[in-house]
Design a protein around this ligand. Structure first.
Ligand code: ACO
Length: 361
């Protein structure tokens, strides 16, 4: 029997996360992801994901310091970015820069410092490239800022408001890990050959780049924009459903109940944002869920993570072309956790295929 897309195949025993689509649970290392997103910094969450325990004060200090020191691009790295074709997309830029990490720096099994090095550099690669593409001077990283706060600072050239940092931190934490999704599985396959961490993360970025995985929530922005222009939420949604169009930001392959990441992002952000745009996002969500129940009664369609990600990323004024790269900067933490775990108890991942070609005469 062929399991197309490996659907339903259990390929790893993992202690990193539970993604329970039936009950709408997302658990990292025995804790609700939502609780972590509400209570912890990205640094604490990443440490927890990698180690399974929260850092003590001095461990957190060490982790935070090394992560912030890993933000600096070398002259050679800047030169590589500068020489890349102007039309090369951001995901390809990140992938190229991580690929350029030499195997002399990275070896099997993956080391803790190697994870820090990769996690720390991705936001700087994005910011450097983004600013140079927009004829803006590069902003050197500020080691006094948090991982997420510094990312916004390097992009915008000024310190972000606290609530923007908090909202983006919640997004980073809620998207940093999601079981054996395509990119994480790719990272584990590469790690299973006893290759190095930089290769595994480079491959994962290649998988994330595809529209079926890292696809940006721009469709959601377009939907909200269209509704805003029309002014009649139900009319626009009905028109789409009558035309057999999908409502962007709704439905999920795994979650057949509310996507816990969407629930968490909605709750967390409603404490920071109390404006018209968010009120409209909530109204659209409620109307869409009601109409989806009417049009697709057996499908259990609810808002997914992309729905509220779009609302948050727009609220912090993140350019839409940076949505997928930002998701990548967050998911990097999950890939690294999985490579460490794969290294601990490794067996090469090597599925089979059925030959359906012809035989020699
Ligand atoms: N709006 C309207 N109808 C929908 C929607 C939607 N958003 N999502 C699913 N349906 C309907 C389909 O039309 C189909 O109905 P039918 O069988 O009566 O024709 C049924 O529900 C099943 O849909 P599939 O596309 O087969 O479900 P699948 O599990 O393959 O796809 C997916 C899940 C791709 C997320 C889908 O729900 C979708 O396209 N949603 C809109 C795009 C979106 O929001 N993508 C982001 C997902 S989150 C993430 O990737 C991180």
């Amino acid at each position: 029997m062929i399991h197309a897309g490996l659907e339903g195949i259990v390929a790893a025993d993992s202690k990193i996360s539970l993604v329970d689509g039936k009950n709408g649970f997302l658990v990292y290392r025995g804790e609700w992801a939502k609780k972590i997103a509400k209570e912890r910094s990205f640094e604490e969450a990443a440490y927890f994901l990698w180690n399974g325990t929260y850092p003590k004060a001095e461990e957190l200090e060490r982790f935070t310091t090394s992560l912030s020191e890993a933000r600096t691009l070398t002259k050679a790295q800047k030169e590589i970015i500068d020489r890349l074709p102007a039309n090369m997309d951001m995901m390809a830029v990140i992938r190229t820069l991580l690929s350029a990490k030499g195997s002399e720096e990275f070896s099997f099994p993956a080391k803790h410092d190697e994870g820090i090095c990769l996690l720390g550099i991705v936001p700087t690669i994005i910011a450097y490239r983004y600013r140079s593409q927009n004829d803006l001077p590069f902003i050197e990283p500020d080691t006094s800022l948090s991982h997420v706060g510094n990312y916004l600072y390097m992009l915008n050239g000024e310190r972000a408001e606290n609530h923007h940092v908090q909202a983006l931190t919640a997004y980073f934490i809620l998207t940093m890990e999601h079981g054996l999704n395509a990119s994480t599985f790719t990272a584990r396959v590469i790690a299973s050959t006893e290759s190095d961490l930089a290769s595994a993360v480079t491959g994962a970025i290649g998988a994330m780049k595809g529209p079926l995985h890292g696809g940006a929530p721009t469709g959601v922005i377009d939907l909200l924009q269209e509704i805003k222009q029309d002014g009649d939420v139900e009319k626009v949604l009905r028109r789409k459903l009558d035309n057999k169009e999908k409502l962007m930001g709704f439905g999920h392959r795994v979650y057949k109940t509310k996507d816990p990441r969407a629930v968490a992002l909605s709750e967390i952000t409603s404490t920071f944002y109390d404006d018209e745009e968010f009120a409209m996002a909530h109204e659209v969500e409620q109307t869409a869920v009601r109409l989806l129940q009417e049009y697709k009664p057996d499908r259990n369609l609810y808002a997914n993570v992309e729905y509220y990600a779009a609302a948050i990323l727009r609220a912090i004024d993140l350019p839409t072309e940076l949505f997928t790269p930002t998701f990548t900067a967050a998911r990097c933490a999950g890939w690294i956790a999985h490579v460490y775990e794969q290294n601990e108890n490794n067996r090469i991942i090597r599925p089979s295929s059925v030959y359906s070609g012809s035989m020699p005469e």
